[in-house]
Design a protein around this ligand. Structure first.
Ligand code: IPE
Ligand code: IPE
Ligand code: MG
Length: 268
C-alpha cells in the first residue's frame, strides 16, 4: 500500500539521518582527542546492566548480554586508540550475594565472550590478564581464562585486565599476608616495607596506577575496586548505563574530559 510504503520510507530516512548524526558525533569526538595525552591506564566499573534492561522492560539477563557487547566495543576501541592498560570490573567479591541464577548467567557470558573474541583479540595483539581470586570460579571459566592468557601472554598491544572475583580490600589483605610471611621467614625486614614494596605485592604489581576511572549508571562510589591504586585517579561518572557504551560516545567523552583535568598529585 502506498501509504504504508511512504511511512516506511520516511522512517528509513529519519533513521539514516540519525545514524549519520551519531557517526558524525563519534568522529567529532575522536577529532577532539589528543593522541599524545591519552590515559595510560583506564579502569571501568561496568555497572547498570540490570537497570538498562529494566528501563526497556527486558529481563536482567539481556542487560548483561548487552553489557558484553559494550565490552567488545570498548576493548577494541581502547586497543585501536593505543591505550596501554584497560582494567574492567566484571565480578566483585560481593557479587556472590546475587541469586545463583544470575551468577551463572554472568559466568556463562564471560566464557562466551572469550570463545567469540579470543582470535580477534589475539590478532590485535591484546594481552589478556586477570586480577582476583580466579581459583574460586567455576572450572569452565577458569580454563577459558587460562587458555586466553596463555595464547596472548607475549602480545605487546593493549593489556586487557579483567577483575573477576576481585575485591580491593581482599587484595590489600593478600598483600599484607604475603609480606608477613616473608617477614616471618626472614626474607625481608619489616622496616623495609614501604609503599613501593607493598605495591609490588598487589595483583597489579607491574601495572601503572589507573589515570582514569569510569563509572556508568550515575553511581558515585568505588564499590571495593582498586582501592590502593586509585589514590590519584581521575574519576568520571555518567548517568548512562554500561550497555549504552556500545556506541563509543560515552567512552570518548570520558577520555576528552580526562584530558581537560589538571592533575596536581598534592603539589601546586
Ligand atoms: C553490572 O550491572 C554487572 C555486574 C555487577 C556483574 P548490574 O547487574 O550491577 O546492574 P544494576 O546495577 O543492577 O543496574
Ligand atoms: C560493581 O557493581 C561491581 C561490578 C561492576 C562488577 P555493583 O552493582 O556490584 O556495585 P554496587 O552494589 O552498586 O555498589
Ligand atoms: Mg550494579
Amino acid at each position: 500500500m502506498p501509504g504504508e510504503r511512504g511511512e516506511a520510507l520516511i522512517k528509513e530516512a529519519i533513521s539514516k539521518a540519525f545514524q549519520g548524526n551519531r557517526r558524525l558525533s563519534v568522529l567529532q569526538l575522536r577529532k577532539k582527542l589528543i593522541k599524545a595525552q591519552l590515559p595510560r591506564h583506564v579502569a571501568i566499573i561496568m555497572d547498570g546492566n540490570g537497570r538498562w534492561a529494566q528501563a526497556k522492560g527486558l529481563p536482567r539477563v539481556l542487560g548483561h548480554r548487552a553489557g558484553m557487547e559494550s565490552l567488545r566495543e570498548i576493548v577494541k576501541l581502547s586497543s585501536e586508540l593505543g591505550i596501554r592498560v584497560l582494567t574492567v570490573y566484571a565480578f566483585s567479591t560481593e557479587n556472590w550475594k546475587r541469586p545463583q541464577e544470575e551468577i551463572n548467567v554472568l559466568m556463562n557470558l564471560l566464557c562466551e565472550y572469550i570463545q567469540k573474541e579470543l582470535d580477534e583479540l589475539h590478532r590485535q595483539r591484546v594481552c589478556i590478564r586477570t586480577i582476583g581470586h580466579i581459583e574460586e570460579l567455576p572450572s569452565k571459566v577458569r580454563s577459558e581464562l587460562l587458555r586466553s592468557q596463555k595464547l596472548t601472554a607475549d602480545n605487546d598491544g593493549l593489556i586487557f585486565n579483567i577483575a573477576l572475583n576481585y575485591g580491593g580490600r581482599l587484595e590489600i589483605v593478600d598483600a599484607a599476608r604475603s609480606l608477613a610471611v616473608e617477614a616471618k621467614s626472614g626474607a625481608i625486614d619489616p622496616a623495609m616495607i614501604d609503599e613501593a614494596l607493598f605495591g609490588q605485592r598487589l595483583y597489579t604489581a607491574d601495572l601503572p596506577d589507573p589515570d582514569l576511572l569510569i563509572r556508568p549508571a550515575g553511581e558515585l562510589r568505588v564499590s571495593n575496586f582498586l582501592l590502593w591504586q586509585i589514590a590519584y585517579t581521575e574519576f568520571w561518572s555518567t548517568p548512562a548505563y554500561w550497555p549504552d557504551f556500545q556506541d563509543h560516545t560515552h567512552f570518548l567523552s570520558a577520555l576528552i574530559a580526562f584530558q581537560k583535568r589538571e592533575r596536581r598529585f598534592g603539589g601546586l
